[in-house]
Write a protein that binds this ligand. Structure first.
Ligand SMILES: [Zn+2]
Length: 131
């Protein structure tokens, strides 16, 4: 039986990989990125005015530069009757607590504004209004 084997076994007929395979010319490959050449990232430098420092006053003392005596201070705070104090007073009065309960907000610091004062020159440098 001289049936030819289905698999010849001779790898002679397989052509070798193309030796002249172009190795992707490295030169032009660098320019394959999108052309960002003409448009550089324009960095907009926002010049912040130094004199208007937006300071958000809260309940706790903050460290600021006093606008009156130009000293670097930590504000001293105290509570003062503010808008919310009166609003809370009226709300309590409307709800029905007539007998002195509407005066409670005047005793609660949480209902009062916080006044920030400069300990150096005793000027009011800020105020935290709760409304
Ligand atoms: Zn001051």
């Amino acid at each position: 039986m001289s049936a030819p084997p289905p698999y010849p076994g001779n790898e002679k007929g397989m052509p070798p990989p193309n030796p002249a395979y172009p190795q992707q010319a490295p030169g032009p490959a660098q320019y394959s990125q999108p052309a960002q050449y003409g448009q550089q990232a324009t960095t907009v430098v926002v010049a912040q005015p130094a004199y208007t420092v937006v300071q958000h006053f809260r309940e706790s003392p903050v460290r600021i530069k006093c606008q009156f005596c130009q000293a670097d201070i930590v504000t001293s705070t105290y509570y003062e009757t503010g808008t919310l104090t009166w609003v809370a007073c009226f709300v309590i009065a409307i709800v029905g607590c007539w007998i002195g309960c509407c005066l409670i907000p005047f005793c609660m610091d949480a209902c009062k504004d916080v006044v920030h004062q400069c300990p150096n020159c005793n000027q009011q440098v800020g105020r935290y209004n709760r409304m």
